[in-house]
Design a protein around this ligand. Structure first.
Ligand SMILES: [Zn+2]
Ligand SMILES: [Zn+2]
Length: 363
């Protein structure tokens, strides 16, 4: 059994907020589409979060080192659609984003005489957007249109940042080579490191006319609209990735991604515990005695007429199967639990009092 706390890097005493926070950071870091991402690790993080973010599962896990519903949130997901709507296709092109690591590789390849094309311009930033939804929307699933500001390619210069037809001159800083060699002395000896020239950003050329629309960056801030498809059963804090929804890169470099974080608003009637829902219901003592059916609302908007079994202990919660939230990948639904509160009549008329006394004598 894996140590889920270790996977998320939190203490066993961590609060739900700390767990959420740790999950969010790690999910960003290890997302398989990202530079240095790791699919296996990403799945582990999600599995750990599924357990530790659910109060019941967490306490089972704390006590017994496992949970008992038998469902591994990712066990059946091989080959199928993963519950987060992420695509796990590893994008090798994004690998260049890791500047420190690629510097080290550069030094290594330099020694082998391998020439690697240097990335001169920064990939666009990933963005995060918080989308609030209601519990009903999380139940049914919903499509949302979100509006947000981000960098987009500048159309005036075709995201180049300058006008080609105005010509270029050779960069004086690197003498047109686009790279600068730096020698670093370290504990292990002298390392020669080649870097992209910062003045011409590795192109070796300085344009004669910079685009004034984008100040030479090749991108401008604009309002974007994205369609987000939120699946039924979506959990609070879940991330949905929109590939290419982030900032445009400098001068035509790769675009970042958009991560939409779903915030499910607390509900005035239902409390959510993972896939299960809890509702509080007042009961009239007399109605219980005469076996009158109780009307229970469900999150789908229906009303159920529920009979309380005569041997039912009113201190316990009544379970109504399959009236909870949809589980991921449509593995059925959670359950609805009803917690009863007995209400006694405020005033008892002499007539009722007499009747009750008669009943008591009969029992
Ligand atoms: Zn421009
Ligand atoms: Zn230069």
């Amino acid at each position: 059994m894996k140590d889920y706390y270790k996977v998320l890097g939190v203490e066993q005493s961590a609060s739900q907020d700390q767990i959420k926070d740790a999950y969010r950071k790690l999910a960003h870091k290890h997302h398989p589409d990202k530079a240095g991402g790791n699919e296996q690790k990403f799945k582990e993080i999600n599995e750990a979060y599924q357990i530790l973010s659910n109060k019941e599962k967490r306490s089972q896990y704390d006590r017994f080192g496992q949970t008992f519903d038998g469902s591994s949130p990712f066990g059946g997901a091989q080959g199928g659609q993963n519950p987060f709507g992420f695509d796990f296709n590893f994008d090798a092109n994004n690998f260049g984003g890791a500047s420190d690591m690629s510097d080290i590789f550069d030094m290594f390849f330099e020694g082998l005489g391998v020439k690697k094309k240097r990335r001169a311009y920064q990939r666009g930033a990933d963005l995060e957007y918080i989308q609030e939804i209601s519990l009903e929307e999380a139940f049914s699933g919903i499509k949302k249109k979100i509006h947000y500001d981000s960098f987009e390619d500048c159309s005036k210069c075709g995201s180049k940042g300058y006008f080609e037809k105005e010509g270029v001159i050779k960069c004086s800083n690197c003498d047109g080579r686009g790279e600068i060699r730096e020698t670093r002395n370290s504990f292990f000896g002298a390392f020669s490191q080649i870097k992209a020239c910062s003045k011409c950003k590795g192109t070796g050329q300085i344009p004669n006319k910079i685009c004034n629309e984008c100040s030479g960056t090749g991108r401008i801030k604009k309002q974007k609209i994205a369609d987000v498809s939120i699946a039924p059963g979506t959990a609070d804090s879940q991330l949905i990735k929109i590939p290419g929804g982030g900032d445009a890169g400098e001068r035509g470099a790769d675009t970042g991604d958009l991560y939409v974080r779903i915030k499910v608003k607390p509900h005035h009637v239902f409390q959510r515990h993972g896939d299960d829902l809890l509702i509080k219901k007042e009961l009239n003592l007399i109605n219980v005695l005469i076996g009158k059916k109780v009307e229970i609302p469900t999150v789908s908007g229906e009303k159920l007429n529920v009979e309380i079994p005569t041997d039912f202990n009113l201190n316990e919660k009544l379970k109504i199967p399959n009236e909870g939230m949809p589980r991921f990948n449509n593995y059925g639904k959670g359950d609805l639990y009803v917690s009863f509160q007995l209400k006694t009549p405020k005033k008892i008329s002499p007539k009722i009092k007499k009747l009750l006394e008669d009943i008591t004598n009969e029992i």
